[in-house]
Write a protein that binds this ligand. Sequence first.
Ligand code: HMG
Ligand code: MG
Length: 307
Amino acid sequence: MSGLVLPARVRLVEVGPRDGLQNEPGTVPTALKAELIARLVAAGLPAVEVGSFVSPKWIPQMADSADVLAQIDWDQPVDYPVLTPNMKGFENALAAGAREVAVFGAASEGFSQRNINCSIAESLDRFAPVCAAARDRGIKVRGYISCVLGCPYEGDVAPAAVAAVAERLLAMGCYEISLGDTIGTGTPAKAQAMVEAVARVVPRERLAAHFHDTYGQALANLLAVMEKGMAVIDSSVGGLGGCPYANGAAGNVATEDVVYMLDGLGVETGVDLDAVIAAAWFVCDALGRRPASKVALALEGRVRKSA
Ligand code: HMG
Ligand code: MG
């Protein structure tokens, strides 16, 4: 497409089974999670985040993560990361068979305190032994940073604050840093400026965009950061989700909306659009709601007819 300089290929990291479901009010059966994951894998997603080894008191919805890991197909060529905020989470994840973990910090002190009950500096002290233990065992570690474009408690977040945390996570051994617009307030120029600041300390091929769609800006922001060389995108089937410690935050950008846009741009993902839409309807039917994704709504008839 004229005027746009984009990567030829984008890697999609599906976070629906974790980010999408962590805030569900009702119980989501483990078997439903496992079936959703299988459908996402069959749709061609190369990475599916499948759970969280956090305190079940804080996030009851992820309490069955070990059972989820026991039900997934490990023979598939797919990465299945899980969240681990500290050594206890890492040990539990390891015992459950996890082969990839993710630590998750924040660029704002207020969010760090509310989400993981410690300061940014304390969180990095917790992540360092997780990264070291993972390295010893050949386990990959992804690093998340929340609130990269705004914080529900502190408002604006300086790009330099994001870069400082990103640099530390990279130095600890995270293979990729996922930049979270947790509350979806970012806009394209702001997203580009933040990426430029972070790219001074972390190579851009090691950055991922994790944008929530609260203000309907996520696709525009993704296009903007792809123009800055980013080629890894986190998304959630059906646009499911929201963070329990970011009041009012909507789900991640919907996987099917991203695939539709990238298909239209000729950017390869290896993901089958109709299969993702069918997965979105499958999980939303089970949860008793309609997908938040416009593409899933527009193409409902097409996938239901072929089902
Ligand atoms: P804490 O209370 O400070 O931890 O919680 P603690 O070390 O003082 O321990 C207190 C109790 O928790 C103890 O149990 C520990 O054993 C237990 P007790 O003695 O009271 O029975 N505990 C654990 N249990 C299970 N797994 C663990 C674990 N660690 C301690 N790993 C903690 C600290 C981080 C655990 C807590 O704050 C927590 O679980 N927070 C949940 C955070 C979370 O999952 N948030 C949502 C995911 S992040 C997100 O959505 C953002 C992201 O998508 C990016 C974006 O969009 O921005 C990634
Ligand atoms: Mg998130």
